[in-house]
Design a protein around this ligand. Structure first.
Ligand SMILES: [Mg+2]
Length: 297
């Protein structure tokens, strides 16, 4: 972790550390360019009164784990979130595809606004309870879940995750060829099963999910963009298609940051979770956050 002292901020903290050296000079230079490019853009847009960060969790704040339940936050993530929440002139919210129960269990103790199941559920910073943003029935699950269960039983390592209003087919742990083939066949089947219903099939990273139509991370983007009257620079971080939906719904002057290579269009692209944490850790120092929003330095 980087120093949290506002008097000890050094842009050198943004340079890749030795852990990137094993990737060779090109990889390290690419990392450095990506991180410093993002940082330069943040400073360019420093006239914004506040920074508002929208953070995806899996693949953005924490590495993708073979089994989703193994991707629980580590100490560094909690320390980082606490630091961000303490930083003046900076708001932070979590926008995840995870269930509200999981997010509540992990981050419920923090005064952190959260969006679960791709925007379907929202918990404001100062509330204990979650509210549903899009009304609808989940009766369709009776028809869809067996189709997904059948696909999972035919692909060793694949598994089904059932949330309140969506159901997902995870194939991270399946043989790559088998998993991909099963996912592709399942996608075709699902399109038939959900025909004419207000549902949609979405592709994530090694996951296919069926959810209510109209539910996406764009809900969170619109809500956050509308909140408050102060000038604000929204900066969104994400790593897959569901984050692209959020990026697309943000005001034009926002900054979008893709992590990895799966997102086609973004203002900036960081190599991995380690670089996301590095940038956020520097942003979380009061001095630099103030520099960015006030134009000092
Ligand atoms: Mg993600």
């Amino acid at each position: 972790m980087l120093s949290s002292s506002p008097t000890c901020v050094d842009p050198a903290h943004l340079h890749p550390r030795d852990d990137a050296a094993s990737q060779g000079g090109d990889g390290q230079a690419r990392r450095a360019r990506a991180v410093l490019g993002l940082w330069g853009d943040l400073r360019e847009r420093r006239r914004a009164g506040r920074l508002r960060l929208l953070l995806d969790y899996d693949g953005t704040l924490a590495p993708i784990a073979p089994r989703p339940e193994r991707a629980a936050p580590d100490h560094a993530v909690f320390a980082l979130m606490e630091q961000l929440l303490r930083t003046p002139s900076l708001d932070v919210a979590l926008v995840s595809g995870r269930s509200r129960d999981t997010l509540q269990a992990w981050f419920g103790h923090l005064p952190l606004p959260m969006w679960a199941e791709h925007g379907l559920w929202h918990r404001p910073a100062d509330a204990r309870s979650w509210r549903e943003t899009v009304a609808g029935s989940s009766a369709w699950m009776h028809d869809v879940v067996p189709t997904i269960q059948q696909a999972a039983s035919a692909a060793a390592g694949a598994r089904v995750e059932r949330k309140v209003s969506s159901v997902a087919f995870h194939y991270r742990e399946a043989d790559p060829t088998v998993g991909l083939r099963a996912a592709s066949a399942l996608r075709r089947q699902l399109v038939e099963v959900i025909a004419d219903r207000p549902l949609e099939v979405i592709d994530g990273k090694m996951v296919i999910e069926v959810r209510r139509a109209g539910v996406s991370k764009a809900i969170a983007a619109r809500h956050v963009a509308a909140a408050g009257v102060d000038p604000v620079l929204i900066v969104a971080f994400g790593d897959d298609h569901t984050d692209e939906e959020l990026f697309a719904a943000l005001p034009a002057q926002s900054l979008t940051v893709a992590v990895g290579a799966d997102i086609a269009v973004a203002d900036h692209r960081l190599v991995d979770v380690a670089d996301v944490r590095r940038v956020l850790a520097v942003l979380a120092t009061a001095q630099l956050a103030t520099d960015v929003v006030a134009g000092h330095g």
